[in-house]
Design a protein around this ligand. Structure first.
Ligand SMILES: Cc1ncc(COP(=O)(O)O)c(C=O)c1O
Length: 402
């Protein structure tokens, strides 16, 4: 966090209800997102839990561009279906497309026509699209999804963890936005949605926190009951006053153009280095992370032996670099058949914390990846699961080397 965020913490108001920190955050959220109503939560998945307690019931369907793992977990935990509608090009790691994170509106409309609107809890668009490589979603795509939401009478929510990075990409890549301010672009993105969930540790640059934004007062009131059950009273929801102050400040800093430019360029610096070494990476580079194509990196390891997880472990042993598998382990088992799901993309994500590292650190990470690449022929077997949880297994799975 910045000096301004740390100093804002010193002014935190820790009154139980109606703290000035709550009102400060409310004002910042209104200013940045345009939403009149909000509920603070202790982190992003808590926001999902509260929102889905109102919206999602057994047998429902939640279509999206590609649900994040905790989002999918909360949907499947309620015996509903999380349906990803990514574009075909999203699983092509090489071809360039400015907005690989877009929802495929034809696939979405197919879901909407085949199911009654009371079975669709909401449409959820994740900006940027984490599961498909930190890829952005265009304004045109969000606008078109809004039209479909209206046509079929369903709600549209944005999973907004990286909304500011998404706005940056819109500014850089979408016609008509080059001269617009990041905050104006973000507000336009949110203007098409009925609400949002936020993991504040991402684009609001805080250590902990989340929130839900709502346009509709009635939905906000319904969700308030669940916030009180799961999180805390509606004016703190699991956050202390000092954390709300840091978050309010962070929302402004996270939407600052110069900050975003240096952040996204640092990610690209790492991607360029790794690519120069001939290592297969997902392109264009994502906003928050570089994704290594594990299927191409370790082609001899079958999908049943989790090549991306194998690579993540090798990278940790090599350089102490903690990447994460975005592949079959994260995709979890099919809740009905209990079979493993094998997504098209089997990746290792190297996500870069904000304002922590220099480009020299990036060079070190790239060198560690290259060292593993140089000895890849010796990595001939993958992993076997020893123990796994029934849902969201990748957080705690225990594995054994084969
Ligand atoms: C797109 C997205 N949604 C939701 C979450 C969940 O947020 P949290 O980790 O704050 O619970 C994350 C976290 O990484 C995320 O990337």
């Amino acid at each position: 966090m910045s000096d301004k965020q740390w100093s804002a913490m010193m002014l935190g108001d820790e009154s139980y209800a109606g703290a000035s920190s709550y009102y400060k955050l409310k004002e910042a959220i209104k200013d940045i997102t345009g939403f009149d109503y909000f509920l603070p939560t202790h982190q992003g998945r808590a926001a999902e839990n509260v929102l889905f307690s109102v919206l999602v019931k057994e047998g429902d369907i939640v279509p999206g561009n590609a649900h994040f793992d905790t989002t999918k977990g909360h949907i499947e935990f309620r015996k509903a279906k999380a349906v990803d509608c990514p574009m075909v090009i999203a699983s092509d790691t090489i071809s360039w497309h400015p907005f690989k994170g877009n929802i495929d509106t034809k696939k979405l409309e197919d879901v909407l026509t085949k199911n009654p609107s009371d079975k669709i809890s909401c449409i959820m668009i994740t900006v940027t699209n984490n599961s498909s490589g930190g890829q952005p979603v265009s304004m045109a795509n969000i606008r078109e999804t809004r039209k479909l939401a209206d046509k079929y009478g369903v709600k549209l929510f944005l999973d907004s963890a990286r909304f500011a990075e998404n706005a940056y990409f819109i500014k850089m890549r979408e016609e008509g936005y080059a001269n617009k301010d990041i905050k104006d672009i973000a507000r336009e993105m949110f203007s098409y949605a009925d609400g949002m969930t936020m993991s504040s540790k991402k684009d609001a640059i805080v250590n902990m926190g989340g929130f839900i934004g709502f346009r509709d007062e009635e939905l906000f009131r319904k969700a308030s009951t669940y916030n009180i059950i799961y999180e805390g009273f509606i004016t703190y929801g699991g956050m202390s006053g000092r954390d709300m102050n840091a978050l309010a400040q962070g929302l402004y800093e996270g939407t600052d153009y110069s900050y975003l430019e240096s952040r996204i360029n640092q990610v690209a610096h790492l991607g360029t280095k790794i690519k120069e070494y001939g290592i297969p990476v997902l392109e264009p580079f994502g906003g928050h992370a570089i994704f290594i194509d594990a299927k191409k990196f370790l082609p001899g390891i079958p999908k049943e032996e989790f090549p991306a997880q194998t690579l993540a472990i090798e990278l940790y042993i090599e350089g102490g670099v903690r990447g994460v598998e975005i592949g079959a382990l994260m995709a979890d088992r099919n809740p009905d058949t209990r079979e493993n799901r094998y997504p098209d993309l089997e990746m290792v994500r190297i996500a870069i914390p904000r304002r922590v590292y220099t480009n020299n650190h990036m060079d070190y990470v790239a060198a560690a990846v290259r060292n593993v690449f140089d000895r890849r022929a010796k990595i001939q077997r993958g992993l076997r699961i020893l123990r796994e949880a029934p849902i969201m297994r990748h957080f705690t799975v225990e594995l054994e080397r084969l």
